[in-house]
Design a protein around this ligand. Structure first.
Ligand SMILES: [Zn+2]
Ligand SMILES: [Zn+2]
Length: 194
């Protein structure tokens, strides 16, 4: 009986040790992933946004600061999906934000790509300073757009950093609107020709 008890105790200890050991082994790879921060180009809408770096620095392609990849988390939306998105969300819940210059927005610049009806214009260069104007829209879906989707990803990133949670970057930009969006009742109303 005594022998049986000793055997049992040894067995339990051995089992516990094995279990603990396995547990540590299983957790190890996850820990490595969690502690290694990945860095990407501050979103600029170019191919370089997809390159991952292991150290903070600047992007050799566009000279933008590298930022924590986990902090880049805005959504993307294709121009062709905009009408159904607005219909699904309800017009009053969607804010259109044009981050181009005032001249581009008004159609007095050389490139005339049109703009979206009802859009608010805050040029990306002024966004940091004028962000307060958008505070009342913090819980709304914000669609950010420009001409080629180079400035809008950066503006989307800035909005997410300031606590806006529903930020959607419009891919391609207004320069591609006519190629990407089918004519229809909603899209015809949404597009203002310049
Ligand atoms: Zn980039
Ligand atoms: Zn870059």
């Amino acid at each position: 009986m005594k022998n049986a008890l000793i055997f049992f105790a040894v067995f339990i200890t051995a089992t516990a040790f094995t279990f603990q050991h396995n547990n540590v082994k299983n957790q190890a790879p996850d820990k490595i992933v969690l502690t290694d921060t990945q860095y990407v180009c501050l979103p600029c809408g170019s191919e370089c946004d997809n390159t991952i770096y292991t150290k903070p620095s600047t992007c050799p392609h566009c000279n933008m600061k590298l930022v924590d990849k986990a902090s880049v988390k805005f959504n993307s939306i294709e121009p062709g999906a905009l009408c159904s998105f607005i219909k699904d969300m309800g017009k009053q819940n969607v804010i259109l934000l044009d981050v181009r210059t005032t001249e581009e927005f008004k159609g007095t610049a050389k490139d005339k790509f049109g703009r979206l009806a009802g859009a608010i214009n805050i040029p990306v260069q002024q966004l940091e300073k004028r962000m307060g104007e958008l505070n009342k829209y913090k819980s709304k879906e914000i669609i950010v757009y420009c001409s080629h989707s180079h400035r809008s990803p950066m503006a989307s990133y800035m909005l997410m950093q300031k606590g806006f949670t529903r930020v959607n970057n419009m891919e391609f930009g207004m320069s591609e609107w006519k190629n990407k969006v089918k004519a229809g009742e909603c899209s015809n109303k949404l597009y203002i020709k310049q």
